[in-house]
Design a protein around this ligand. Structure first.
Ligand code: ADP
Ligand code: ADP
Length: 227
């Protein structure tokens, strides 16, 4: 579903964010991208969404070559992606429900249908009771779960989450992660970046990045049960 072949990304002559990355992610996998700040995790996720293009090598997402995709093909690609990036803030001038409905309204969905689906998405992340609230009255973790609801309301096949648990306490972080895992459980392919080692205990696949390179990568078939 996602394939990187010898991919490098330079932002400037002397800033190599990724170098010689080769990896593939199958449909339905849940992959954690781990590594310290500056390792290249965001850049890797951005390349899957064609927010950044490779400087060298090939990135294939759902049979599309990201390096060759035309700007006119971007909406089609992104409709298939649920993006949870820090820079995508919730809109403070409308309710939680309206925020989650927005991607559907933009795609031309009828209001009643959009509302029903947005409520279903909020229910999945455990925040249906906050539908009428203003986003800024929610905790950081709750806002992040609303962002997840907004990202999945279009039923994307792939979810990309960049440090979704950053700045959250343990309990809120766990709820955010559980919300993401609920979509993985219904077959959505998930890539989640984190520098929080604790989440990796229950992971089935982890790719460690440092200085733009994969330094370690593993898969296991049965998740380890934490003691
Ligand atoms: P991470 O997500 O692991 O923190 P990033 O992908 O954000 O890593 O960054 C990898 C490297 O690329 C860092 O050295 C960062 O400073 C650099 N970088 C990221 N985005 C840009 C950009 N838009 N312009 C220039 N350098 C960038
Ligand atoms: P239905 O018409 O089956 O009720 P909805 O559109 O109301 O479908 O369901 C939306 C919910 O489906 C979302 O809130 C989310 O929980 C879940 N969902 C999101 N993406 C996917 C997906 N790719 N595959 C399956 N379920 C998904």
């Amino acid at each position: 579903m996602i394939e990187f072949r010898q991919v490098s990304k330079k932002y400037a002559q002397n800033v190599t964010a990724l170098s010689d990355i080769t990896l593939s992610v199958d449909k339905g996998e849940l992959v954690f991208l781990a590594g310290p700040s500056g390792a290249g995790k965001s850049t890797l996720l951005k390349m899957i969404a064609a927010i950044e293009r490779p400087s060298a090598g090939t990135v294939i997402v759902s049979d599309h070559d990201i390096g060759r995709i035309k700007n006119s093909g971007l909406p089609y690609l992104r409709r298939n992606l649920g993006l949870i990036f820090q820079q995508q803030r919730l809109l403070s001038d409308r309710s939680v429900l309206a925020n989650v409905m927005l991607p559907l309204i933009v795609c031309g969905a009828a209001r009643a249908d959009a509302e029903r689906r947005a409520r279903a998405a909020l229910d999945k992340v455990g925040l249906l009771d906050k539908a009428a609230s203003a986003p800024q009255t929610l905790s950081g973790g709750e806002q992040q779960r609303v962002s997840i609801a907004r990202a999945i309301v279009n039923r994307p096949q792939i979810i990309l989450a960049d440090e979704p648990t950053a700045n959250l306490d343990r309990e809120s972080a766990n709820k955010v992660l559980d919300a993401l895992k609920a979509f993985h459980a219904v077959g959505v392919t998930c890539l989640i970046s984190t520098h929080d080692e604790q989440f990796l205990d229950t992971a089935t696949r982890v790719i460690y990045l440092d200085h733009g390179k994969i330094i370690e990568s593993w898969r296991r078939t049965t998740p380890q049960v934490p003691a």
